[in-house]
Design a protein around this ligand. Structure first.
Ligand code: F6P
Length: 326
């Protein structure tokens, strides 16, 4: 029989993403609504290992739904990947009587949660908080929509100057090993080429299409490249310049701007729904799971399975890119 959950801890781990605060707020307020004690664990798993844990009240999460970053701070904690580190973390939680955990983070954070939940008797719920959208079992991750909108706003601005100077711009976006930010922002800004790690880059065909566009006097060209793609923005520019030395090119790496800023309405909504659902799951005994949203419905999968699944880029989207970028 599952033990009753009475005191829960919430933490944010890995790279921060806009909407994490909205999610913390949802966990805290839902927990209090169900008469649970709620604790905020600082700096991800580091706070668990180092006993940096604070009691949260309703007012602790006032005025944060619109803020980027995370009030609990975040980190990538090496100690937690050692058995000693996890034992220390467990001892600290036990001392406080915490018997349920909500982990908001990316796939690395879930792997930590999966190992911890298999070793100790504290149920864990993983919520997808990452701009990369590289987690299977959910249509969206908290922060992705905001990051894409930030990229779109920046690329629109770049298009203005690209047009004024008839230049080719190569814009590198984040996403770690995944191409979702590139794919979504590239389609939304009408990029001529979108290069992602999931699809082998064919440099010959890029050159051919640039030469063909040059002939048609189509001089504004935007290439959106994911940071995880084989070449990246700088290398790609070099290769293009070697073959088309007269083409004026610039590279713009958007970088961490994509991680900050006020979350979009969409991110605030999914963060609130997921935060609430995590608490409800702990109370109802759906333990050691990952909570996502698929087809607009809450979707639960065991953490053990969640860490093995991979997102797949839809072939249809890639076809759309090709057809629209003529
Ligand atoms: O996972 C989020 C992310 O922003 C990735 O897109 C990027 O590769 C990475 O984190 C950057 O990490 P850091 O902030 O440690 O440089």
């Amino acid at each position: 029989m599952k033990k009753e959950v009475t005191k829960i801890g919430v933490l944010t781990s890995g790279g921060d993403s806009p909407g994490m605060n909205a999610c913390i707020r949802a966990v805290v307020r839902s927990g209090l609504y169900y008469n649970l004690e709620v604790y905020g664990i600082m700096r991800g798993y580091s706070g668990m290992v180092e006993n940096d844990i604070i009691k949260m009240e309703s007012r602790s999460v006032a005025n944060i739904i619109q803020r980027g970053g995370t009030i609990l701070k975040t980190s990538r904690c090496k100690e937690f990947y050692t058995p000693e580190g996890r034992q220390q973390a467990y001892n600290n939680l036990k001392k406080l009587g915490i018997n349920g955990l909500v982990i908001i983070g990316g796939d690395g954070s879930f792997r930590g949660a999966q190992i911890f939940s298999n070793e100790f008797d504290i149920p864990c719920i993983g919520l997808p908080g990452t701009i990369d959208k590289d987690i299977a079992g959910t249509d969206f991750t908290i922060g992705f929509d905001t990051a894409v909108n930030t990229a779109v706003e920046a690329i629109d601005k770049i298009r203005d100057t690209a047009d004024a100077h008839d230049r080719l711009f190569i814009i590198e976006v984040m996403g770690r090993d995944a191409g979702y930010i590139a794919l979504h922002s590239g389609i939304a800004t009408g990029a001529e080429n979108i290069l992602i790690p999931e699809k082998k880059t064919d440099i010959d065909s890029i050159i051919k299409s640039l030469q063909e566009k040059e002939k048609r006097q189509k001089l504004v060209n935007l290439i959106v490249v994911a940071e995880g793609e084989k070449f990246g923005g700088v290398e790609l520019e070099k290769m293009i310049k070697e073959r088309m030395p007269l083409l004026e090119t610039r590279v713009c790496i958007l970088g961490h701007i994509q991680r900050g800023g006020s979350p979009t309405c969409f991110d605030r909504l999914i963060a609130s729904r997921m935060g609430y659902s995590a608490v409800e799951s702990l109370i109802e005994g759906r333990h050691n799971i990952f909570v996502g949203i698929l087809n607009n419905k809450m979707h639960y999968i065991p953490l053990d399975e969640a860490v093995k699944k991979k997102q797949h880029i839809s072939e249809e989207w890639l076809k759309i890119v090709k057809i629209l970028a003529t």
